[in-house]
Design a binder for this molecule. Structure first.
Ligand SMILES: [Fe+2]
Ligand SMILES: [Fe+2]
Length: 269
């Protein structure tokens, strides 16, 4: 059990600390060059999460669980701080105090939701209170389907308007994921009656098909951007970042599927 706690904690931190580090970079790139204070804050978060990422790789599954518990607490506090920074930036943008900046409000809200997810997960791990499997399946899918729907919208808005066919494809993905999200919310509203194995299994199957196809689209977009074959203002790292988040969602779906069909009692990942 302790080994499992250490393994899960390190897995979450290794994935999400890199993500938080990259968010700091994306925010920085979207600030105006005069916003020196905000740029400096973003740089500090970049360094902080880079450090956390390095520390997470210095531990192994054999590290003392008590040490990992403390590490989780430290990281949770860092995640709370970057969450607060993102919400502050969102407030500034929405109140039109950063005119001409390049961070969309939905993108800033989106990355704050990811920070919030990260800190909640660390809290759950430390308190040993992971959700029961049927609840975890619905909640994780509601969270990630919205993330995927947002990604489709971001890519569509950051492509050059002349890339008409690619933009059309992102609109289709956006629509597809909005529909899946509403289905997930409907299933959530019908709890606990909706939490039967056949319904949850079908829910996972249906989501997996769309996530795999969005993941492939992101991979292609990433390769086209890296080879400079399409016109956009998408940073190659952003393309890779959203690709990795889709991979993460697929990994979680597969884990749920395996647990659900094997009837193992183990909750969440
Ligand atoms: Fe992200
Ligand atoms: Fe994201």
């Amino acid at each position: 059990m302790s080994n499992e706690f250490v393994r899960r904690s390190l897995d979450e931190i290794r994935f999400w600390s890199r993500i938080m580090k990259e968010h700091s970079l994306f925010l920085k790139l979207g600030f105006r060059c005069d916003d020196a204070q905000l740029i400096q804050e973003a740089n500090q978060f970049y360094a902080l999460f880079e450090q956390i990422e390095a520390r997470s790789h210095s531990y192994t599954e054999l590290t003392d669980p008590e040490q990992i518990k403390q590490f989780n607490k430290d990281v949770q506090s860092a995640a709370t701080r970057i969450w607060a920074f993102k919400r502050k930036v969102l407030g500034l943008i929405i109140q039109c105090k950063l005119p001409g900046g390049n961070n969309f409000p939905l993108l800033v809200d989106h990355i704050s939701r990811e920070a919030n997810y990260f800190r909640n997960r660390l809290g759950e791990l430390n308190e040993g209170k992971l959700e029961p499997l049927p609840d975890a399946i619905i909640d994780e899918n509601v969270f990630f389907l919205r993330i995927m729907a947002d990604h489709a919208k971001f890519i569509g808005h950051l492509l050059d308007p002349s890339e008409r066919q690619l933009i059309e494809q992102t609109r289709n993905f956006s629509h597809d994921f909005d529909q899946l999200l509403f289905q997930a919310i409907d299933l959530s509203g019908m709890r606990p009656q909706s939490q039967t194995v056949p319904l949850l299994d079908q829910f996972l199957d249906q989501n997996r098909v769309s996530v795999a196809s969005l993941r492939d689209f992101k991979k292609t977009a990433k390769e086209l951007i890296e080879a400079c074959r399409i016109k956009s203002i998408i940073h190659p790292l952003l393309a890779d970042h959203v690709f990795r988040e889709a991979e993460r969602f697929l990994f979680i779906i597969d884990m749920f599927e395996a647990t659900l069909t094997k009837g193992k009692p183990s909750p969440v990942m």
